[in-house]
Design a protein around this ligand. Structure first.
Ligand code: HEC
Length: 134
């Protein structure tokens, strides 16, 4: 096989694995309520940090940490969704780093990490959230 054909093949199998990473899960048992809570919370998260409101920011962080723990657990049980499990762990790790920054009153670093947390939500939705749902 030529090098080019190999590259193409690898490309296709990557595409195929991404496509199959979004299996036709039905999310009947999924906690949409919690997701909406996360959505509300993450909107206040960075502003709370920037306002140096450590107590509020810690409360937000606790809600978000619960959320990432939930998604890790959910997709772990579901099986065949290792990306979602990894993404959730990344989110949890980020939240604990943010708590550390807040503890050190390093609100700049905390705010930057809070923006990354939003990207973590999105990275899971890009793969796992049904695009046309609702
Ligand atoms: C590991 C995967 C994953 C992570 C992480 C994740 N979500 Fe979701 N989220 C989903 C899936 C899957 C759905 C679709 C569930 C369904 O269709 O019932 C969803 C749905 C939602 C919805 C729509 C709920 C509704 O009313 O139907 C919102 C809002 C949302 N997520 C916000 C967030 C926010 C904010 C974060 C980050 C703090 C986040 N999500 C993190 C997987 C994830």
């Amino acid at each position: 096989m030529s090098g080019r054909a190999k590259v193409l093949l690898i490309g296709f199998s990557l595409l195929a694995s991404v496509a199959s990473a979004a299996p036709g899960f039905d999310y009947k048992d999924y906690d949409d309520e919690l997701m909406r809570d996360l959505e509300k919370t993450i909107k206040y998260f960075e502003p709370d940090i920037t306002a140096q409101n450590a107590d509020a920011a810690r409360e937000d962080a606790a809600v978000l940490a619960d959320g990432f723990r939930y998604t890790e657990d959910y997709f772990n049980k579901k099986g065949g969704a290792q990306d979602a499990v990894e993404i959730s762990r990344k989110g949890s790790k980020l939240i604990s780093q943010i708590n550390d920054y807040i503890g050190k009153s390093d609100f700049d670093q905390a705010a930057a990490a809070a923006r990354d947390a939003t990207a973590v939500c999105k990275s899971c939705h890009d793969i796992y959230k049904p695009r046309l749902a609702r």
